[in-house]
Ligand binder design. Structure first.
Ligand code: SF4
Length: 334
C-alpha cells in the first residue's frame, strides 16, 4: 500500500478509532502511553503517521532558527547543559547580544527559509533590565514578518504578559523529563516551577512550546511519564520539541549509555499520537542522527526542525545538509 492510499483510507476514520480516544484533549495515563511505546514498531509508526495526516500537511516541515542571545554562566544545575556555570565545558560566556546583531541574524535566517526565530538566554529567569531588551528584540524580529519565540527560563508574574504585549508568538519552556526522574537531572528548580511558568505563558495568550529530553538514562516508563505530562497539559502545547541528549564533556550526563535510536523514534510517535495537532519538533541531537533515523522521525510525525548553524551551544546540522535531506525526502518548508 502506498502512503497516498493510506491517506485516503485512514483519514476517513475519526481519530478515536486510531488513538482509542474520543477527542484530542482527553487524559492520557502513564500506563496508556507506555502501552503505546510498547506497541510493535510497524503498528506504532502506522498509527502515528495516520494521525499525522489527519491534522498536518504530510510532507511539510516547519523550519525554525535558534540564536543564543546570552550564553553561558547560568546559575542552574541542569545535568545536560554546557551553559551551567558550575560545569567546566569550555563554553565561552557571552554577554547579551545587541539588538542589531539579533536583527541581522533573524534577517539571515528568514532569507534562508526559516519562518520562526527563537531567542534563547542562559538565565534562571530574566531580570527587568533583561526584559526591556528582550521585548525590544521581539518587536524588531516580529517587524521582519517572522514568528517569534523566546526561551528565557522561569518567568516572574507579569513577565509573560510583557512578552505577549511585545508580540511574542511562542515561549519555550521544557518539562525535560518525567516528574519521578526530574531530581536526577535538576535540583535548582522544581517541576512545579516549570508548570507555573507554563501557566503564566498560557494566561498571557502566548503559544506554548514545551517538550523534553530523552537519552538521559531514563527508562521507557519515564519517557511515557514525560509524554503523559505534556499531553495532559490543558490544552497540550502547540509545539513539542523532543530533544535527544547531546553529551557534552564536563556535564554530569556525559558518558550516559546511548539510547537506541529506534527508542527515540518511538517517543516521537507517542508525542504525535497523544498530541495530534501539535507541531512535534525534532530538536537537539539531530546532528548525531543518520538521515535514515531522521526520516523515520518524520514518518513518526515530526514536522518541525531547528535549522541553522548552532542549536544554542551544541551543533545543528548545517543548512546544506538539511536542504539535501528535505529534498531527498520530498519534504517542503511550511
Ligand atoms: S538548561 Fe537553561 S536553565 Fe538549565 S543550566 Fe542550561 S541555560 Fe541554565
Amino acid at each position: 500500500m502506498n502512503l497516498d492510499s493510506l491517506t485516503i483510507s485512514e483519514t476517513q476514520n475519526d481519530s478515536s478509532s486510531i488513538t482509542g480516544k474520543s477527542d484530542d484533549s482527553v487524559y492520557w495515563s502513564v500506563a496508556e502511553v507506555q502501552s503505546l511505546l510498547d506497541t510493535p514498531f510497524n503498528d506504532l509508526i502506522y498509527r502515528a503517521q495516520s494521525i499525522h495526516r489527519q491534522h498536518h500537511d504530510a510532507n511539510g516541515v516547519q523550519l525554525s532558527t535558534l540564536i543564543s542571545v546570552k550564553t553561558g554562566g547560568c546559575p542552574e544545575d541542569c545535568g545536560y547543559c554546557p551553559q551551567a556555570a558550575r560545569y567546566h565545558t569550555g563554553v565561552d560566556n557571552q554577554d547579551m547580544l545587541s539588538l542589531d546583531e539579533v536583527v541581522s541574524a533573524a534577517a539571515a535566517a528568514k532569507a534562508n527559509g526559516a519562518s520562526r526565530f527563537c531567542m534563547g538566554a542562559a538565565w534562571r529567569g530574566p531580570k527587568q533590565r533583561d526584559m526591556d531588551k528582550m521585548t525590544e528584540m521581539v518587536r524588531a524580529v516580529k517587524s521582519l514578518g517572522m514568528e517569534t519565540c523566546a526561551t528565557l527560563g522561569l518567568l516572574k508574574p507579569g513577565q509573560a504578559q510583557q512578552l505577549g504585549d511585545a508580540g511574542l508568538d511562542y515561549y519555550n519552556h521544557n518539562l525535560d523529563t518525567a516528574p519521578e526522574f526530574y531530581e536526577e537531572i535538576i535540583t535548582t528548580r522544581q517541576y512545579q516551577d516549570r508548570l507555573d511558568t507554563l501557566q503564566q505563558v498560557r494566561n498571557a495568550g502566548i503559544n506554548v512550546c514545551c517538550g523534553g529530553i530523552v537519552g538521559m538514562g531514563e527508562t521507557r516508563l519515564s519517557r511515557a511519564g514525560l509524554i503523559a505530562q505534556l499531553a495532559n497539559l490543558n490544552p497540550y502545547p502547540e509545539s513539542v520539541p523532543i530533544n535527544h541528549l547531546v553529551q557534552v564533556q564536563g556535564t554530569p550526563l556525559y558518558g550516559t549509555a546511548a539510547l537506541d535510536p529506534l527508542e527515540f523514534v518511538r517517543t516521537i510517535a507517542a508525542a504525535r499520537i497523544t498530541m495530534p495537532k501539535a507541531m512535534v519538533r525534532l530538536s537537539a541531537g539531530r546532528q548525531e542522527m543518520s538521515d535514515a533515523v531522521q526520516a523515520l522521525c518524520f514518518l513518526a510525525g515530526a514536522n518541525s526542525i531547528f535549522y541553522g548553524d548552532k542549536l544554542l551551544t551544541t551543533g545543528n546540522p548545517e543548512t546544506d545538509r538539511d536542504r539535501a535531506l528535505l529534498d531527498k525526502l520530498g519534504l517542503h518548508a511550511l
